[in-house]
Design a protein around this ligand. Structure first.
Ligand SMILES: C[S@@+](CC[C@H](N)C(=O)[O-])C[C@H]1O[C@@H](n2cnc3c(N)ncnc32)[C@H](O)[C@@H]1O
Ligand code: SF4
Length: 407
């Protein structure tokens, strides 16, 4: 029974990959032949690099920073405790429902520290709501990991697809110097603890690292390899006016900033790690849909976080016009990858870790980016039929040759 299940899963995986790759080729051809439109998406490529304003942006993947409060004091933090506001739970759920209706497939809860508010209850209830009620394919969290308890996993783990823990160094002193820590508690112990819980409760485990002047020369290869995250996101330390630089900011992060070349050197030093996903400053500024604690989209393109109106007041479509979100940059940075625990589990069951990491990145291109239209599906089936006939022809020919030779 188990073997049958595995074989079926393997066939399904194979089929979906062939399907996606052929679909990608088709899309590429039709983009070339039929102008700039990419079928299956609502994205219209304009001739210039400026985003086309009258296009409809679908909020497929949303980052909801529902709180700005945090128990850490990272010196470079770009989402600081400027308010202590958190929406009432029911209002937050209403906003999430609006996003789902507008096409959201993935929600990521962030902050501040998302596990801080009501000791993780608020977060847990949103996670459960998104998976159970809204049936979102992917629910994820980014956390510093310091406030997570096993009880939380017992209660809410089954509703969570991905948990990313931020860790900027595998040297405790460096973490402390950065501000990533609270009192005498060990950030690294927490990281390992949460990593093990993720395995136990079948939640995909990710690591986020911000590369800055304090860790730019650190070789993290051994630690990352032993922790085996499904993705290791490596951010270049970013400055945001009003957050970690300039007037009214709560941080002065200039001393953390590294050059593009230094960031590239860090990436080169870690190029053996397949699951590494680099995020330069440019990529980060316009390829994320960020919602703040009032459910306002934040536009980071001008180097600060300019808020739209709240989706609770004007709806998603009106608010998203002011988000500064560039769907092309989102796809380019690989914003769509295997992001549901069901698909992830399939990959985890079938493939060893190193292939797993590569496949996460390959699927980034093939899986979600390119959604087939019916026409493409038809062409795909025809192609598969042709392939099958071709194979049949080869087999028959070989058979005839063997018969002739024997005679
Ligand atoms: C703002 S934090 C909130 C979630 C949680 N408190 C944490 O640290 O993971 C979200 C992510 O942004 C990253 N981050 C914070 N400041 C940054 C900066 N200046 N440049 C790049 N990434 C940054 C954090 O390391 C973390 O992975
Ligand atoms: S980056 Fe650090 S200070 Fe900022 S929210 Fe996360 S843990 Fe808190």
């Amino acid at each position: 029974m188990f073997v049958m299940h595995q074989v079926t899963s393997l066939l399904l995986l194979w089929f979906s990959n062939v399907h996606c790759i052929i679909s990608a080729v088709l899309k590429w051809i039709s983009a070339r032949v039929g102008g700039n439109r990419i079928p299956g998406t609502r994205l219209q490529l304009s001739k210039t690099e400026e985003p086309c304003k009258n296009e409809v942006t679908t909020p497929r993947s949303v980052n909801y920073h529902f709180t700005r409060q945090c128990n850490y004091k990272c010196g470079f933090c770009f989402h600081t405790a400027k308010t202590s506001f958190v929406l009432p739970l029911e209002e937050a759920k209403r906003g999430l429902q609006l996003l789902k209706k507008a096409g959201m497939e993935k929600i990521n809860f962030s902050g501040g520290e998302p596990f801080l508010h009501e000791r993780g209850f608020f977060l847990g209830e949103l996670v459960r709501y998104c998976k159970q009620e809204l049936n979102l394919p992917s629910v994820s969290i980014v956390s510093n990991g310091s406030m997570i308890k096993e009880k939380w996993f017992q209660k809410y783990g089954e509703y969570l697809d991905i948990l990313a823990i931020s860790c900027d160094s595998f040297d405790e002193d460096t973490n402390r110097a950065i501000g990533r820590g609270q009192g005498k508690k060990s950030h690294l112990d927490n990281l390992h603890k949460v990593c093990n819980w993720c395995k136990e409760y079948k939640v995909a485990f990710k690591i986020n690292s911000v590369i800055n002047t304090f860790n730019v020369h650190e070789d993290m290869t051994e630690h990352i390899t032993s922790l085996k995250p499904v993705r290791w996101k490596v951010f270049q330390c970013l400055l945001i006016k009003g957050e970690n630089t300039g007037e009214n900011s709560l941080r002065e992060a200039e001393k953390f900033v590294i050059t593009d070349q230094e960031f590239q050197n860090f990436l080169d030093c870690h190029k053996s790690i397949d699951c590494l996903v680099p995020e330069s400053n440019q990529k980060m500024r316009d390829s994320y849909l960020i919602l703040d604690e009032y459910m306002r989209f934040l536009d980071c393109r001008a180097g600060s976080k300019d808020p739209s109106k709240s989706i609770l007041d004007v709806g998603v479509e009106a608010a998203i016009q002011f988000s500064g979100f560039d769907e092309r940059m989102f796809l380019k940075r690989g914003g769509k990858y295997v992001w549901s625990r069901h698909e992830a589990r399939l990959v985890i069951i079938l493939l060893p870790h190193y292939v797993q990491c590569i496949s996460y990145n390959i699927f980034t291109i093939c899986y979600f980016n390119l959604i087939c239209t019916h026409f493409e599906l038809l062409v795909l089936l025809l192609l598969l039929l042709l392939l099958f006939l071709l194979l049949l022809l080869i087999v028959i020919n070989m058979f005839l040759i063997i018969v002739v030779l024997i005679k």
